[in-house]
Write a protein that binds this ligand. Structure first.
Ligand SMILES: [Zn+2]
Length: 359
C-alpha cells in the first residue's frame, strides 16, 4: 500500500532553490528496489592500504581493534610506518599489543638524496627496518610528483638511485606498495567535460596543472618502467594503478608484468559503475587484486562490502565527490571474494598468521 505523504511545502521553497548551484544539488533517489546493506564482510579480510599513527596510545589501539572486529577486518596493513626509530617503536606498539592484527610497512628516508652513497644508505636503512619488523615498503605519491633533489630537479619514479632499494625488497621477499600520480582527470583542464570537476571545485589543491607537474602519462610511464626494470620485486600498484576506468588496459599491464599486483583502495567508484565488466575482469585477474580502503572510517567499508558481495542496484557511494554516480553490486563468486579479501595478501605479504582465515 502506498503511504500518503502530506506535507505543505511553502511556495517560497520552490522559488529560492531555483537559483541553487550544482554543488548544492543532492538528489534523493526515488527508486525502490531490493536492498541488502552489508556492515560486516562475509569473510575475515586483510586491508592492505591503511594509514595509522603506529605509536598511538593503547586506548586508541584497543578502540581501533574493536572497530576492526565489527567489520571482520582481521589484519590491517599500516603503510605509514616511517623508518628507523619511529618504525621500530611503531611495530613494537602495534604488534606488541596485537601481534596478529597489524602489519607495518616502512617508508624511505629521502634526506641527502644527492649524496653519492645515498643508494646504499637507503637500502641499508630498509634492511634494518625489515629486521625491526617491517613487512613491506610503501612509496608515497610525492615520489615522482613533488620530491626534488638539491638542484630542484624532479626525482623520476624510475630514478636509478633507488635500484638498490627495490633489489633489496626482492632479496628480502617483501612487496612494494607504490602510489604514483593521481586520477587522470586531475591532470586535465577543469572544464565542463572533466569527470572530476566537482571534486576539483570542492578540493582545488588536488589539481595537477601542467605548469607545475609532469603529465599523468609521464608519471605512469615511469612507474611501469620501474616495474619492468625489477622483475624479481613484487609491486602492488595502489588504487588500481589509476586504471580502474580502463580495466582492459590494466589487464594488459598485469599480463605484461607478472610481478605487479594491485588493490582497490579509494577507487571503489570505478568498479561500482561497471558491475558486469568489473565482475568479469575480477574473475579473470582474481590472483592479482587485493582489498584496500585508505582513509580510516569504519562505516565507509560498508559500501565496499555491498559493491563486492551483493547484486544491489543504484545505491549511494560514501562520498559526494569522487563519483557523482550511483553504485551497483558485483556479486562476486565466493572463491574470488576470498582471494580479494585475504588469500592474495597472505601470498604476497610475508609473515601474516593464517590461522584466522578459512581455506
Ligand atoms: Zn594511501
Amino acid at each position: 500500500m502506498l503511504k500518503l505523504i502530506l506535507a505543505v511545502v511553502p511556495a517560497a521553497v520552490f522559488a529560492q532553490n531555483a537559483s541553487m548551484s550544482i554543488e548544492d544539488y543532492k538528489p534523493k533517489s526515488t527508486l525502490v528496489v531490493p536492498q541488502h546493506p552489508v556492515t560486516r564482510a562475509k569473510y575475515p579480510f586483510i586491508d592492505v592500504h591503511n594509514h595509522q599513527n603506529s605509536t598511538m596510545p593503547v586506548a586508541e589501539l584497543d578502540k581501533l581493534v574493536k572497530d576492526m572486529d565489527g567489520l571482520n577486518l582481521q589484519v590491517m596493513v599500516n603503510l605509514s610506518g616511517g623508518y628507523g626509530d619511529r618504525l621500530e617503536k611503531g611495530v613494537a606498539n602495534m604488534k606488541g599489543h596485537y601481534k596478529n592484527r597489524f602489519v607495518v610497512f616502512a617508508n624511505i628516508d629521502f634526506t641527502n638524496i644527492d649524496d653519492p652513497e645515498y643508494n646504499k644508505r637507503a637500502a641499508a636503512q630498509l634492511e634494518r627496518d625489515v629486521h625491526n619488523g617491517a613487512q613491506g615498503l610503501k612509496i608515497f605519491k610525492n615520489f615522482g610528483m613533488d620530491l626534488k633533489d638539491t638542484k630542484g630537479q624532479r626525482i623520476h619514479v624510475d630514478d636509478p638511485r633507488f635500484d638498490d632499494v627495490f633489489e633489496t625488497c626482492a632479496r628480502l621477499k617483501i612487496p612494494v606498495l607504490i602510489h604514483t600520480a593521481e586520477p587522470w582527470s586531475f591532470f586535465q583542464p577543469m572544464d565542463q567535460y572533466n569527470e572530476r570537476w566537482l571534486e576539483l571545485k570542492t578540493h582545488p589543491g588536488r589539481a595537477r596543472p601542467p605548469d607545475k607537474y609532469p603529465s599523468w602519462e609521464t608519471l605512469m610511464g615511469e612507474q611501469h618502467n620501474l616495474f619492468a626494470r625489477h622483475p624479481n620485486t613484487v609491486f602492488i600498484a595502489a588504487h588500481l594503478g589509476w586504471l580502474g576506468n580502463n580495466l582492459a588496459e590494466l589487464g594488459r599491464l598485469l599480463d605484461r608484468l607478472p610481478n605487479v599486483n594491485t588493490e582497490i583502495a579509494a577507487v571503489l567508484y570505478e568498479l561500482g559503475r561497471q558491475p558486469r565488466f568489473a565482475r568479469e575482469w575480477l574473475i579473470k585477474y582474481q590472483d592479482r587484486v587485493m582489498f584496500g580502503k585508505d582513509a580510516w572510517n569504519a562505516q565507509e567499508y560498508y559500501t565496499y562490502f555491498r559493491v563486492l558481495e551483493t547484486a544491489d542496484e543504484y545505491f549511494d557511494y560514501y562520498r559526494k565527490y569522487h563519483a557523482f554516480w550511483q553504485m551497483y553490486g558485483l556479486d562476486l563468486p565466493d572463491e574470488v571474494l576470498k582471494k580479494l579479501y585475504y588469500k592474495n595478501a597472505l601470498r604476497i605479504i610475508p609473515g601474516i598468521d593464517r590461522s584466522a582465515f578459512p581455506d
